[in-house]
Design a protein around this ligand. Structure first.
Ligand SMILES: O=C(O)CCC(=O)C(=O)O
Ligand SMILES: [Fe+2]
Length: 211
C-alpha cells in the first residue's frame, strides 16, 4: 500500500482557507488501471444537465453512491442509469488514498461512499459550481488529479469575480472543507502536453461522503 504514495512526508500547502494541495502525493498508474476496469462495466458518458445541455466532461462513478445529472436535476443514485446495475465497488486503494489525504490535513475518519470520476478530453473545461448534493457538509471533498495538467479555479463564496488559479498536475491531491466546503470552483480548459502527445486525458477522482 505504501507503494501508492510518492512521498513519505508530502508537501502540503494551504492555498486558500481550508483548501489544501498535497503536491505529487500519489502514483497514478495503479489508479488509471482501476479507472479502466470501472470504465469497462460503468462506461464514461456525458450527462444531460437540467438546462438540457450535455456536460463536456465524461463521467462515471464507483462506490455505494454515484453522482448523476439528468433533466430532472443532480443527485446521488445507487444504480448506474445507463446499465441499471449498481456502481462498481470503490477500489480499496481509492478509499485508502482519500482517507489518508483527508487525515493529513485534519479530517480524521473520512470514509467516502461516493467517487465521481471525471474524464477531460483536450479542450474540455468545467464551469464554476459548488459541490452541494451531499448530506453533511462537515465532511471534506478529496480530489485527485491524474494525467494532463490543468488550472483549478477558486472563486470563493460567490461565483462572480476573478478566481484564483492553481496549477494541478498528475498525482496532486486537493482537499477542501470546513469554511471552504461550499466554495465555487471550476477547471480551466485542459490543453495538450506538447512534450507528451500520447497523453490524451485528464482524469479526476472526486471523493465524497454523499449520505
Ligand atoms: O476536475 C476537477 O479537478 C474538479 C472536478 C469537480 O469540481 C467536480 O467534479 O465537482
Ligand atoms: Fe466540484
Amino acid at each position: 500500500m505504501t507503494d501508492l504514495f510518492s512521498l513519505q512526508r508530502p508537501e502540503i500547502e494551504e492555498i486558500y482557507p481550508e483548501v489544501w494541495v498535497l503536491a505529487n502525493y500519489v502514483k497514478t498508474i495503479p489508479l488509471i488501471e482501476k479507472i479502466q476496469t470501472i470504465d469497462a462495466s460503468a462506461p464514461f458518458r456525458q450527462m444531460m444537465t437540467p438546462m438540457g445541455y450535455l456536460t463536456q466532461v465524461s463521467m462515471t462513478n464507483c462506490g455505494n453512491w454515484g453522482w448523476v445529472s439528468d433533466q430532472s436535476g443532480y443527485r446521488y443514485e445507487a444504480h448506474d442509469p445507463l446499465t441499471e446495475q449498481a456502481w462498481p465497488n470503490m477500489p480499496k486503494i481509492f478509499q485508502k488514498l482519500a482517507t489518508r489525504a483527508a487525515d493529513a490535513v485534519g479530517f480524521a475518519d473520512f470514509i467516502p461512499d461516493a467517487c465521481l470520476i471525471n474524464r477531460y478530453d483536450i479542450g474540455n473545461k468545467m464551469g464554476a459550481h459548488k459541490d452541494k448534493d451531499e448530506s453533511d457538509f462537515r465532511w471534506p471533498i478529496v480530489s485527485v488529479s491524474i494525467g494532463l495538467s490543468t488550472e483549478f479555479q477558486i472563486y470563493g463564496k460567490a461565483r462572480r469575480g476573478k478566481p484564483i488559479n492553481y496549477q494541478l498536475h498528475d498525482g496532486d491531491v486537493m482537499v477542501w472543507g470546513g469554511e471552504s466546503r461550499l466554495i465555487y470552483h471550476g477547471v480551466k480548459t485542459v490543453k495538450a502536453d506538447k512534450q507528451n502527445l500520447s497523453n490524451h486525458y485528464r482524469y479526476n477522482l472526486t471523493f465524497r461522503k454523499a449520505k
